[in-house]
Write a protein that binds this ligand. Structure first.
Ligand code: AMP
Length: 282
């Protein structure tokens, strides 16, 4: 694996491959890599000629300075995992490299997506996400970029940006990778105490409850209400939102829309001082 810390060196390296007709697959991450990230790398490797992973803890997408400070940064371990996964290129820039001092203000109209669910709970988060992903897309110029369904609303935000700016990149969404007991893998899971980790299992359990009940013929609304009661009684879980939505625009479905498929059930909750999100498709 070749590692680059500057935009210019990475661009020079990749343009040689591009001229040779090779396709570039890109996986942007914030590091603290786990099997979820590695599934994206694997998909990039099997789909494109060259896999590029970036690790950059992007300060502009953190609305909470304490969260930014506490974000895990095990870079040596990350490099070893990428090497073992057979990743071709790592981009590891500094904050100064990505945000020079003459940086222009960024404001991107995401419509409702910036105002609901994660957009509402984390003001400015998707402005930071689009700002950094747009920068990275212009540097890497990937043919395909790979994102995880785990961050469902983020996938929608990036797709909207790609469409609005007519960026020449295709997005591929990879299924959520979970621990054997159901917990969605997340870089933030390392901050869960053993007790909180057990309590956090209620989140995926609630999502699976909804899916199973709907498969057995219950209406999504009824299934959600049962799972909501379960979550409200779950010890240590402080729910932020839990909703059954139309995956096209993330609006919550009403009583007259129970037959729409697919649907997505989304949730965010605090467990043991850690904010977790998860979702499932129905
Ligand atoms: P992050 O490092 O958290 O910014 O995530 C980088 C990419 O990995 C994003 O596209 C995430 O959606 C994806 N990702 C994170 N967790 C998972 C998971 N459990 N399964 C699949 N993809 C994931």
């Amino acid at each position: 694996m070749e590692t680059f810390t500057t935009k210019n060196a990475l661009e020079a390296h990749l343009s040689a491959f591009r001229s040779a007709g090779k396709t570039i697959g890109f996986v942007p991450t914030m590091g603290a890599l786990h099997e979820g990230h590695l599934a994206l790398i694997e998909r990039a490797k099997s789909t494109t000629s060259i896999s590029v992973c970036s690790i950059f803890v992007n300060p502009t997408q953190f609305n909470d300075p304490a969260d930014l400070e506490k974000y895990p940064r095990p870079i040596e371990k990350d490099i070893a995992l990428l090497e073992a996964a057979g990743c071709d290129v790592l981009f590891l820039p500094t904050v100064g490299e990505m945000y020079p001092s003459d940086e222009e203000a960024w404001s991107f109209d995401l419509g409702q997506l910036d105002k609901i669910w994660e957009g509402a709970k984390r003001p400015g988060h998707y402005q930071g996400v689009t700002q950094i992903v747009n920068k990275l897309f212009h540097i890497v110029k990937p043919n395909i970029a790979f994102f995880g369904q785990k961050d469902f609303q983020q996938c929608m935000v990036i797709q909207l940006m790609v469409d609005k700016l007519a960026l020449p990149v295709r997005l591929e969404i990879v299924d959520t990778i979970r621990d054997a007991d159901g917990l969605a893998k997340s870089s933030r899971n390392v901050r869960l105490s053993p007790r909180a980790r057990t309590q956090a299992l209620a989140l995926s359990k609630a999502l699976f409850m909804v899916k199973q009940a709907v498969e057995q013929g219950e209406s999504p609304q009824q299934a959600k209400e049962e799972a909501l009661r379960f979550l409200q009684q779950a010890k240590g879980v402080e729910l932020e939102y839990f909703a059954v939505c139309n995956p096209r625009d993330l609006t919550e479905i009403g009583p007259e829309q129970q037959n729409i498929r697919p649907l997505v059930v989304i949730l965010a909750a605090w467990v043991g001082g850690v904010r977790l999100i998860d979702n499932i498709l129905l």
